[in-house]
Design a binder for this molecule. Structure first.
Ligand code: ZN
Length: 118
């Protein structure tokens, strides 16, 4: 009598593999402070409040300090700077010099309507 084969595969719970590396990458949710949307395709531009109390565009996204994000569209920069959304986001009263710089940076960007055409 051979009875050894009546037993199907032994279930060993210890063999359950923990799937590692399946975790989705941590992608911080960045929202444009002007239009409240995010544009993963074109990306957002970081604006940072420096320890000196000025506000500048942080193209590298690596500067220290409180940051806020704006779309790469002129519209959002105009709205963000003019409506003080940026001031609120950075919890600072943006000084006139910084405001001027941010404005002119925004003016170098394309308009949303033009940029959206595919
Ligand atoms: Zn925007």
């Amino acid at each position: 009598m051979v009875a050894a084969n009546t037993n199907p595969k032994p279930v060993t719970s210890a063999k359950v593999k923990v799937q590692k590396g399946m975790r989705p990458k941590h992608v911080p949710q960045r929202t444009c402070i002007a239009c409240r949307s995010h544009d993963a395709k074109r990306g957002l531009v970081r604006v940072v409040r420096t320890p000196e109390g000025t506000v500048e565009v942080d193209e590298t996204g690596k500067k220290n300090g409180r940051g806020a994000y704006l779309c790469r569209y002129r519209d959002c920069w105009e709205a963000g700077v003019a409506r003080k959304a940026l001031d609120n986001a950075l919890k600072i009263q943006i000084d006139p010099e910084s405001r001027k710089r941010l404005k002119s940076y925004g003016e170098s960007l394309p308009e949303r309507s033009a940029a959206d055409v595919e």
